[in-house]
Design a protein. Structure first.
Lengths: 391, 261
């Protein structure tokens, strides 16, 4: 093997077993956390999770082995993931609250993946992801309400509108760096929020109401979903829609990460002057990161708007941007899987800590700090790229 | 055939400070120019002007028949000038291999749309890059190839220099600027570096090299043409022997008293 010392590469059989068991185990843990009601149940599960992360930190070869196993049998890994994602609503059954949490978690996963292009890959602290999310939601909602445009058509239009917005913030931002860049994006985020709050045509603080449910092949997403006699609540429609978006975001992120574009972003994260000396047009790649971020965030915004059917400026505040940023940092910068875990954890945890009522947010903060003490680089830190020839 | 690089009356001022003062020189294909001079003489500034980091206050830089004065540095790389830095600037959290692949940025084409919608093309291009990068690492002295999956930040100093040179070569330059490549190397490593540069010249006879050096053993190895800069001005140019015996050079290095002693 190359640099890091790790035990022998997993054989095919053990790779298949590891891939299936790991994913089933992960799904079971997620299910258990979602089902936990009592404070002690939640704490036990968090303890278990913390112990798992402790083991990962203590024995780095564990994550090497797991990653290599999953990568060794990509078809098995993808098939298992597909079965789990498709089957999850059947296990959850009619519990609409859990489905709701999963939809929101998936949308946040997309937002976190979007921000990861900037924060994780290129170290651009963009606090305006919430604004791109909002622009996506408002553009599609306005199109649907005023012009009766179908959901499927609003998706690309909203994404293009938000990408344009991404370029607009990107161009002045690239003249600044670090702290100043963060301030510019915060200002943009606040401006967008205030505009949404003050325009008449966006409904002002009341927002937009009555966004129609999308439909596909005559099936309205407001109706329960019937699959071979199984009846799933209407939320399941949006669950699958959000899952499809997560897959799209993962494929996008993966392709960009493993291309010269991802490398260029990483280069300017490490050393901007050296990046220029390699012929990288730093300004263009920064603006590009803004555009990709806005593009994906707008998809999430559109689905959110049609899912809750009611949006107001308060859904897209500065705090939303900060939450997304925390997801990326806690989950692991520039690690696709880590960012998704971060998004799920930070969406679900505050809900599960309701058992502690008034102390909920205090507990939430403590848990996050403890996790970061165990895994200072994020739950799943960035990994070096592996190319085919590594043997 | 005209010269590869022509620097004409270049002056670079920072406020009241004249870092480079009316310097002219030209360089033919396949030749080596060593630039020496005391610290702060303006050698690195000259590199920064040539590579487009700074736009000179006055004067022109011509490369390969085109005027590149004030061209952004990323386009200068595209035209065929690669450089290394005095304090090696590697992408420390990326692997050795990735560092070299990033060096090929200007020689690869896949754009966002290709990457997203024509993944096969992007993947093939990347695979070709990996192959080329591995070949460059194998060709480098030392065991960079064996260390290709290490984060570049964990390399030893001599390996960091070698990697910087490999990364610069990855852009298929016509001219390579080496800014104090021997800094932080011991005698054995310096000898290996000299051997590396010599081998580079035999393997790429068309490649021109400009070398900033303090270590006279390195300069001595490339004695054909040496230029000495002091206070931003060119004070001597010629063969190593001629420059070394030039009284102004001795004055610049040893101080006036020592030179007259």
């Amino acid at each position: 093997m190359g640099g890091s010392a790790s035990p022998a590469a997993p054989g095919a059989t053990s790779a298949v077993a590891t891939s299936i068991l790991l994913q089933l185990g992960g799904a079971a843990l997620l299910y258990a956390i979602l089902k936990a009601e009592q404070g002690w149940q939640v704490l036990t599960l968090l303890g278990l999770l913390g112990f798992g992360f402790y083991l990962l930190e203590r024995f780095p070869w564990l994550s090497d082995f797991a990653t290599e196993s999953l990568a060794r049998v990509p078809v098995v890994t993808a098939a298992t993931a597909a079965v789990i994602v498709l089957g999850f609503p059947f296990v959850v059954g009619s519990n609409t609250y859990i489905l709701h949490l999963l939809i929101v978690a998936q949308l946040y996963a997309v937002l976190a993946l979007a921000l990861n292009f900037q924060l994780g890959s290129a170290n651009i602290p963009n606090f305006a992801t919430g604004a791109s999310y909002g622009i996506g939601a408002y553009v599609s909602a306005l199109l649907a309400l005023n012009f009766g445009v179908s959901f499927w058509l609003t998706l690309p239009i909203a994404a293009l509108a938000a990408t344009l917005f991404g370029f607009i913030i990107g161009i002045p931002s690239m003249r600044t760096r670090d702290t100043y860049l963060a301030l510019v994006t915060i200002a943009f985020g606040v401006v967008v929020h205030q505009l949404l709050n003050n325009f008449d045509w966006t409904g002002g603080p009341n927002g937009l109401v009555g966004i129609p449910a999308p439909s596909l092949f005559g099936h309205s997403f407001a109706d329960p979903l019937n699959v071979f006699g199984w009846k799933l609540p209407s939320q399941a429609n949006f669950y699958y829609l959000a899952a499809a978006l997560v897959v799209l975001a993962i494929v996008t992120a993966n392709r960009l990460h493993n291309s010269r574009i991802g490398l260029a972003w990483n280069a300017l994260r490490a050393d901007e002057i050296a990046a220029k000396a390699q012929g990288i047009n730093v300004a263009w790649y920064k603006v590009l990161a803004f555009a990709v971020d806005a593009f994906l965030a707008a998809f999430a915004g559109t689905i959110y708007a049609f899912y809750v059917s009611y949006i107001s400026p308060d859904n897209f505040t500065f705090l939303v941007s900060v939450t997304i940023m925390t997801m990326v940092i806690v989950g692991g910068m520039d690690n696709i899987f880590g960012v998704i875990v971060g998004a799920f954890l930070l969406t679900i945890l505050p809900e599960k800590l309701r058992a502690f009522s008034d102390y909920r947010l205090l507990f939430f903060g403590i848990v996050i700090i403890l996790f970061l003490m165990i895994r200072p680089q994020g739950l799943f830190p960035q990994r070096l790229r592996q190319y085919g020839g590594r043997k | 055939m005209s010269a590869l690089l022509e620097v004409e009356n270049v002056t670079m001022r920072f406020g009241g400070l004249v870092a480079v003062d009316d310097i002219s020189f030209s360089l033919d294909r396949g030749t080596v120019l060593a630039v020496i001079g005391p610290n702060g003489a303006g050698k690195s500034t000259l590199f920064n002007v040539i590579t487009g980091v700074y736009t000179p206050t006055a004067g022109r830089v011509k490369f390969d028949g085109a005027d590149i004065t004030g061209t952004p540095s990323y386009e200068v790389v595209q035209r065929g000038i690669a450089r290394t830095f005095q304090s090696s600037r590697l992408f420390s959290d990326l692997s050795v291999l990735d560092n070299v692949i990033i060096g090929m940025h200007t020689r690869t084409k896949a754009g966002v749309l290709d990457v997203l919608f024509r993944p096969g093309i992007a993947r093939r291009e990347m695979a070709a890059c990996v192959e080329k990068a591995e070949a460059l690492l194998r060709a480098s002295s030392g065991d960079l190839y064996e260390q290709r999956y290490r984060p570049a930040g964990t390399l030893a100093q001599a390996d960091r220099r070698r990697l910087e040179i490999a990364r610069a070569l990855a852009s298929q330059p016509k001219l390579i600027l080496l800014d104090e490549p021997s800094a932080g190397m011991d005698d054995a490593e310096t000898d290996a570096l000299v051997a590396d540069i010599m081998r580079l010249r035999t393997e790429h006879p068309e490649l021109s090299v400009i070398l900033i050096e303090h270590d006279m053993r390195v300069v001595q190895a490339f004695p054909e043409r040496v230029m000495c800069i002091d206070y931003g001005r060119r004070i001597a140019e010629g063969s190593f022997e001629a420059v070394r015996s030039n009284p102004r050079v001795q004055e610049a290095y040893l101080g006036a008293a020592a030179a007259h002693a």
